[in-house]
Design a protein. Structure first.
Length: 113
DNA sequence: ATTCTGACTTGGG
DNA sequence: CCCCAAGCCAGAA
């Protein structure tokens, strides 16, 4: 298909894909970018999430970096909040603050259109 | 147009 | 496993 609508697609894709991540699982920025058909847009995914309103229903906390860690934020307390939300969903953290991706990484079998 | 910055990722050492 | 350089890309100044 043509690229004429590509400018807004990433944001829309993030809002469509992130809610598919089940509680108890996490996904990386790179994965979301790839599923959004923009494999090199991991940073952009982070930007979209950063722009979500605080009252959003989108489970932004389920997106972490490829190292299995919560990405550092400029906003104070944001990273701590993310960890708390994930722990409430059953995610466990190693002493170094990382998550065992072999156990918690989401492996979608198919992405709904 | 240019530079800087950031919720990224990967490859090398 | 840690650290760093590059590559990456959009938004702001």
């Amino acid at each position: 298909m043509h690229q004429s609508t590509a400018s807004t697609s990433l944001r829309d894709a993030v809002c469509r894909l992130v809610p598919l991540i089940p509680a108890g699982y996490v996904c990386t920025y790179g994965q979301i970018a790839a599923y959004a058909d923009s494999p090199k847009a991991a940073r952009q995914v982070g930007m979209v999430l950063a722009g979500l309103p605080e009252a959003t229903l989108i489970p932004w906390q389920r997106v972490i970096n490829a190292q299995g860690a919560i990405s550092p934020r400029s906003k104070p307390g944001a990273a701590e909040m993310q960890r708390i939300l994930l722990e409430e969903e059953g995610i466990s953290f190693r002493s170094d603050g990382t998550i065992d991706l072999r156990k918690h990484l989401w492996h979608p079998e198919s992405i709904p259109q």
